[in-house]
Write a protein that binds this ligand. Sequence first.
Ligand SMILES: Cc1cc2nc3c(=O)[nH]c(=O)nc-3n(C[C@H](O)[C@H](O)[C@H](O)COP(=O)(O)O)c2cc1C
Length: 259
Amino acid sequence: MTLSPSPQPSPRGRGGRARASPSGRGRPSEARTGEGGSSAVLTQSSVLSPQSLAGRSLAEALDRALKGRRSVRRYRPDPVPDEDLSAIVEAARWAPSPHNAEPWRFLVLRTAEAKERLATAMGERWVEDLRRDGWSAEAIDKEVRKSHRRITEAPVVIVACLCAEGLDAYPDSQRQMAEYLMAAHSLGAAVQNIMVAAYARGLGTCWMCAPLFCPEVVVQALGVSNELKPQGLITVGYPMGWPEARQRRPMVELVIEVS
Ligand SMILES: Cc1cc2nc3c(=O)[nH]c(=O)nc-3n(C[C@H](O)[C@H](O)[C@H](O)COP(=O)(O)O)c2cc1C
């Protein structure tokens, strides 16, 4: 299988890592369920059957995919077909990027060994962080085990990394930061492409932020160049079930009309 179309290659969600203490868990927004008040469970067949899209316009199909995608945190052990994995990574390639630099590389982990190495190394670092934050041993163990399970039980893990190749260099820190942020924004667009393309193939995904908090640990555990800056990982697989949609803010809160 050709996975690299180009030759270049929580707490805070890893259970909630940003929380200073376990009691900070469960932001109110996370408790909200249902889109527009609905809490209907979306099933794969109701959302994704090819028949359900037949005859629909591209816009309708796309809206359906954008709104139907969910973060999936439990997967069936079934493998992800090579052609689907290839297609979803290919989708990332078509994301917009500054100067068309495509400043991202994707590490694809399919073996149990690679996933275990990553989960264990990040878990060890996380234990240290949470101890410093004053968490109890019991709370740490629970969160770290959960994160470890989510990574090792996912059939595929994709680690999204920034890569400075092709980006502009500036002598001043303000413009350099802008350039870096542009690259990071475009990595987000590429990851979204991966998640939507996966969903369109009946696959679930979840973006996990853990690598962003210990990029050097990820690079070392996976034995890749330290020119790569891990930003997050995406778990991929067939969902145990499709989660309920989480509520979104009303449009009036998001859009500010300026005249
Ligand atoms: C940058 C980013 C980081 C995220 N990190 C995590 C994470 O570490 N763990 C997790 O369970 N979910 C994580 N998520 C998923 C969000 O919790 C999820 O997208 C949000 O709650 C909305 O749910 P939905 O994706 O099902 O619509 C992350 C999402 C983004 C965009």
